[in-house]
Design a protein around this ligand. Structure first.
Ligand SMILES: [Mg+2]
Ligand SMILES: [Zn+2]
Length: 186
């Protein structure tokens, strides 16, 4: 049964939405992880999911680029998506260095808790977390979302076999994930 509460797709950014070159911060380095990323996001949006980006940006804390650089890049992302009739509802980011003890760096759940509050409530149980690393899965599972793992360039190093909690789904791309999730709901 559908509830009134928001359901969301929590999206990792690098390796999920855009191709992960490592510390992506320049507009000229922005490239979709897969050409069907905008289409996948539109499919989720049309099914009533809120689209929430949840991204670790430790390059800021480490001084590789600035908060402003990231904001300019996010504006570019949003503009490109708007052309495809996709609106991102919220972008959460952790700007802290890798060794920071902040509450927000994935796999910690600070960004999820904050997003839930900012959206005026989200039903995690009907929501999904999609990313290309196990830290995305761990964060999503910690708050009770379903999880989808994408096979990006990190796939070869992804030790899924030894995990007690498996992702709910593994897909080659966000588009394949969207097809699977939306079909699975029907
Ligand atoms: Mg990633
Ligand atoms: Zn943080």
């Amino acid at each position: 049964m559908e509830t009134d509460k928001n359901k969301a797709i929590f999206l990792d950014r690098d390796g999920t939405i855009n191709f992960d070159l490592g510390y992506v911060y320049r507009v000229e380095d922005w490239k979709w992880a897969d050409e069907k990323v905008p289409q996948a996001l539109r499919m989720f949006q049309e099914e009533g999911y809120k689209l929430i980006v949840v991204t670790n940006q430790s390059g800021i804390g480490q001084g590789y680029y600035t908060l402003h650089d990231m904001q300019v890049l996010h504006q570019h992302m949003e503009q490109e998506l708007k052309k495809e009739r996709v609106i991102i509802d919220l972008i959460m980011y952790c700007p802290h260095a890798r060794d920071s003890r902040c509450a927000c760096r994935k796999p910690r759940t600070g960004m999820m808790i904050d997003a839930e509050r900012r959206m005026g409530g989200i039903d995690f149980t009907t929501s999904w977390t999609i990313g290309d690393k196990l830290l995305d899965m761990e964060m999503g599972q910690s708050v009770g979302t379903k999880t989808g793992l994408l096979q990006s360039k990190y796939w070869a190093n992804t030790d899924i076999v030894n995990r007690t909690k498996q992702p709910d789904m593994i897909a080659e791309s966000l588009y394949e994930a969207a097809k699977w999730i939306l079909k699975a709901r029907q």
